[in-house]
Design a protein around this ligand. Structure first.
Ligand code: VAH
Length: 315
């Protein structure tokens, strides 16, 4: 525990902020280095530990930092998400893939003890069974983001098989959080809706009312990530990313739960290009593997998440 030095790349992102804070709780502040492309530090990270401005695709800079700080683990969170990726396919491929490939190589060279890299339910496509999507099934992603995530899973498995590199990964559902906002995702409506409900008591959803998607509260996602990374290596049976699940809901359902707290909240629907992305994804996920191998268990359902989101955003 006390010899580990963790570098988080993409620490100012939706997952990065909360993962940095959680890891600084678990380890000590000076064992967890935050970094992001942006020079400004996210307000929540201010003063909680060291911070570097770094480009995840600049492997020379990453290698220098790893050597300088004697890094033993890397959490690589930098990525362009599904909606943004469709607007700039080549940039998304470059950022999502080249950062990972270079860091996998660096992991072997520098004998890193562990690497974490997030995957997504976006690896699944229209040919995948839509309900209770299994860990092993037809995987034909239709977005650049999904293609990059599945390719990354295959590369991570390759580096583990070929060089024993301990790379671990999760197929996150849509993540809902209040400490930091998402950017460029198709599931972002489920975060925006809380802000708009409090501010304007009205929200126009860019997904249609019955678009069911797998979703998870960030508290669960962060705890699951750390439980995966802290599990003994022999418990990790899948070196592709693990399916991870908590709940599924539609815009209509989340609006109804918000109305229990804000009775005059109104929702209407104006589906945009993100509807086709959402329609290509599963409605629900089977995460039996994670529950069997390293005892994953979600804690937040839609009601409990909504109560926590509205309470924290109202402060
Ligand atoms: C996105 N939030 O919308 C991400 C996530 C399953 C969705 O990968 O692109």
């Amino acid at each position: 525990m006390n010899s580990e030095k963790i570098l988080i790349i993409g620490a100012c992102g939706q997952i990065g902020v909360e993962l940095t804070l959680a890891l600084r709780q678990l380890y000590s502040n000076n064992q967890v280095i935050a970094s992001d492309l942006r020079p400004e530090v996210h307000p929540l990270l201010e003063g909680t530990g060291s911070y570097y401005t770094i480009d995840a695709t600049d492997i020379k800079a990453v290698a220098e930092l790893v050597q300088k700080e004697k890094v033993t683990q890397i959490y690589l969170l930098a990525a362009l998400l599904s909606a943004t990726g469709e607007k700039m396919p080549m940039k998304a491929w470059d950022i999502n893939m080249n950062s990972l490939l270079q860091i996998l190589e660096l992991g072997v060279e520098q004998k890193l003890s562990k690497i974490y890299w997030p995957s997504s339910i976006a690896v699944f496509g229209t040919t995948t069974p839509k309900n209770d999507t299994p860990q092993k099934t037809i995987v034909e992603p239709s977005t650049v983001y999904g293609i990059s995530k599945y390719a990354g899973e295959l590369w991570a498995q390759y580096y583990h098989r070929r060089w024993g590199l301990d790379v671990r990964s999760l197929r996150y559902p849509g993540l809902i959080s209040w400490k930091s906002t998402p950017g460029g995702g198709t599931t972002d409506y489920a975060v925006e809706i809380y802000y708009e409900a409090l501010k304007n008591k009205q929200y126009t959803s860019f997904l249609s009312e019955n678009t069911y998607l797998p979703m998870m509260y960030m508290d669960d996602a962060i705890r699951g990530t750390i439980e995966l990374m802290e599990a003994p290596g022999e418990q990790i049976k899948s070196r592709m990313a693990y399916n991870l699940s908590a709940m599924s809901f539609s815009p209509k359902e989340i609006a109804a739960v918000i109305q229990k707290h804000i009775p005059n909240f109104k929702i209407d629907y104006a589906p945009d290009f993100r509807q086709a992305i959402a329609d290509s994804w599963p409605s629900s996920i089977d995460d039996t593997g994670a529950r069997m191998d390293w005892h994953w268990q979600h804690r937040f359902d839609l009601d409990k998440m909504t109560e926590d989101m509205l309470r924290n955003l109202s402060k």
